[in-house]
Design a protein around this ligand. Structure first.
Ligand code: G6P
Ligand code: MN
Length: 442
């Protein structure tokens, strides 16, 4: 089986390869035997390929790795395509986050005005990718990691239909943490999670038919033992009656998170830009040190993840078990196995709604529990979201749709609507200024 990664020079590609090596060690039937890396940045992709080559040493049956500079050649013959591109590079993220912050509203890679700016730049490129896949590898399944994952998946779906599936590791991280806090085996729980990407709620968690969520929400000590419990606090979680995705902290605690992001010495984007630029420069010079430097840089990224939100909720360190990584690559591989071997896994994925969430139209990409198999991925019906959750989903979906319209047509009016209607942008005048500064529209 051949897997192609677009954005093959991405920092997290070695995590995906590690997951593939685990399959090779286990001798998983039908596993990936060939990995094709494509990236617009030659130096980065060579650094990554070097790390993978070292990881593959002594692993019999390790997937062969090929760097392919031509995008069509990279896609040809692929069974699966991981699309994990960063249009504008990490420098683009720095601007997406900084410009809104300078105008007094949140700038974050995927949330608020920062997410809209990032999507405006990314959607046209993602649509080109989708067109090339349709032309060159029409039978391939596309797994989209590119952020903002919900918008980008919905846009690519216009070209690829159900052949594109979006993924994010935040929901499964939440499920696993909540299960552990409730004293249940994370691999043995069933759950109900629905929302949009980076905007969803865990509303049921069951073990052997027993509902665990009310007990967990009532237990302050258990809530204080994991990330989302600490971020949102017992009182608010009990008021909501659900466990929100970590990114909802920017919405519910908008004042505190904005203050923490503004007070930070540098933005998340600036930090990652600096550390990753250093990493790729040094690793290119000293390839033998690349794996060790990569591991250090990865660990530091995990340790500092959501630092401002942790600061805004009392200042605390992440748990050791949240620092391993191995989240998004595991979801991706589980999805790939389910589709390739029809193992019918249940996974939280970004797919068109198709009636799963009443109140949202059928084409709206939602992030929810799905069944995945050889015939693709279908959302499972769950408990319908309450009016507050649905209201927020509808508002943010309108923002996403206006963003795609603006990205495709170049319409400033649509871009202004996207930014000005975002719940975290408190004035259309601010939206207009952000647009003037960050995204040139006629
Ligand atoms: C989580 C999110 C991803 C995001 C990643 C890294 O896993 O779900 O969408 O890409 O964190 O975030 P960072 O701020 O380190 O780039
Ligand atoms: Mn995500």
């Amino acid at each position: 089986m051949r897997l192609t990664i677009l954005g093959g020079g991405g920092f997290r590609v070695p995590l995906v390869y590690r997951a593939l090596l685990t399959d090779a060690r286990r001798g998983t039937p039908g596993r990936c035997t060939e990995l094709v890396l494509h990236d617009t940045d030659r130096r980065r992709v060579e650094v990554v390929a070097g790390i993978l080559a070292r990881e593959a040493r002594d692993v019999p049956g390790a997937p062969a790795v090929r760097v392919e500079p031509d995008p069509d050649e990279a896609l040809r013959g692929a069974d699966f395509v991981f699309s994990a591109i960063r249009v504008g590079g990490t420098a683009g993220r720095v601007r997406d986050e900084r410009v809104p912050l300078e105008e007094g509203v949140l700038g974050q890679e995927t949330v608020g005005a920062g997410g809209v700016l990032y999507a405006l730049r990314t959607v046209p490129v993602a649509l080109d990718v989708a067109e090339r896949v349709r032309a060159v590898a029409p039978d391939a399944w596309v797994i989209n990691f590119t952020n903002p994952a919900g918008i980008v998946t919905e846009a690519m779906g216009r070209v690829l239909g159900d052949r594109v599936i979006g993924i994010c590791d935040s929901p499964v991280g939440l499920v696993r943490r909540a299960a552990r806090a409730a004293g249940a085996d994370p691999d043995a729980v069933r759950y109900d999670y629905t929302g949009l990407n980076h905007l969803g709620w865990l509303r049921s968690l069951r073990h052997e038919g027993r509902e665990l969520l009310p007990g967990l929400l009532a237990d302050d000590a258990a809530l204080a033992s994991f990330e989302e419990g600490r971020l949102f606090g017992g009182e608010w979680l009990r008021a909501l009656g659900a466990l929100p995705n970590e990114y909802l902290h920017y919405y519910y605690f908008r004042r505190e998170t904005l203050a923490a992001v503004r007070d930070a010495a540098e933005t998340r984007g600036a930090f990652l830009h600096r550390r990753q630029s250093d990493f790729f420069a040094t690793a290119a010079e000293e390839p033998e040190r690349a794996p060790e430097l990569w591991e250090q840089t990865r660990r530091e990224r995990e340790e500092t993840y959501l630092a401002e939100s942790r600061e805004a909720s009392g200042g605390w360190q992440r748990d050791g078990c949240d620092l391993d990584g191995g989240g998004y690559d595991r979801v991706a591989l589980a999805l790939m196995h389910a589709v390739a071997h029809d193992t019918r896994a249940e996974l939280i994925l970004d797919v068109p709604n198709r009636g799963a969430v009443p109140g949202l139209d059928g084409e709206a990409v939602v992030e929810t529990v799905c069944t995945a198999g050889a015939d693709g991925v279908r959302p499972l019906p769950g408990t319908p979201p309450g009016p507050a959750e649905l209201g927020l989903m509808l508002q943010v979906k309108a923002v996403e749709r206006a963003t795609v319209e603006a990205a495709v047509s170049g319409s400033r009016r649509a871009a202004l609507r996207a930014l000005g209607l975002h719940p975290l942008v408190d004035s259309p005048a601010v939206a207009a200024r952000i647009l003037d500064r960050a995204a040139p529209f006629g």
